[in-house]
Design a protein around this ligand. Sequence first.
Ligand code: GLN
Length: 298
Amino acid sequence: MYGLAARCARKKAGRRGSLVTGIGEAWRLARQRIDRLDARLLVEYVASCSHADLLAHPTRSLSALQARRLDALVRRRASGEPLAYLLGCAGFYGREFTVTADVLVPRPETELLVELALERLRHLDEPLVADLGTGSGVLAVSLKCLCPRASVVAVDLSPTALAVARQNASLHAATVRFVEGDWYGPLAGDRFDLIVANPPYVAADDAHLESGGLPFEPRMALTDGVAGGDGLGCMRVIVGGSVRHLLPGGWLLIEHGHEQAVAVRNLLRQAGLSGMATWADLSGSERVSGACLAGCRD
Ligand code: GLN
């Protein structure tokens, strides 16, 4: 009965050329299908209105086109597509970044990497910094904005990801050198005070890849794709090459999965780095490990 009534109501509304009457009603209907906050953000996005507008002027109308766009976005969100892809942006370390399906959605846990990086840059005059696998560029751009005296180079294999990263750098007026290539590939002969990376680290057969928003994200940013592997394939390349690309006392900081800290510290030790450490993110998961080349400053 309910389904039929709803279909009839939709048909009638369709004849009137509008599915909903006002932004408040649109929000009410959307939050029956998706998370309340996501629903609110999508209504605000489609109607170009603020949260205050939504509360103070709930009868402000949506055009038929806006209503159709909202319906399509709510449908996509209900099927698991990340909100950041629908809005085309996401917040990271206090800044807004352009995000498309060519890049990983910035994660709050990656903000830990920014904090640890800044601690290591604080005492250096003109630090040289590399961000490997930059994706949307959130690490490179945030670091350049927060430490303007640093020279930052950001590498990615994906030209479409680099286009997004370049857009983000110009959005925040951050001078970052972007280069296309595989990890250290385009950095031959270069050495850095700091190398940061949030590489793919989910094992190729981890069921996690098929849940949440992950099926919508670029596979190459999530996993090394090694069937039956441990997800550490890219980590081995990054850690292994770091001794040829760190200046004495320079640090490598790398994000990893919450059960990979011991394995990553072993890789760091085997590579000949010292001062191995692991840090937990805000949810208490071991998330970032790092070490430095002999001659450590701190
Ligand atoms: N932290 C992400 C996740 O597990 C993965 C990010 C990455 O592979 N760099 O959802």
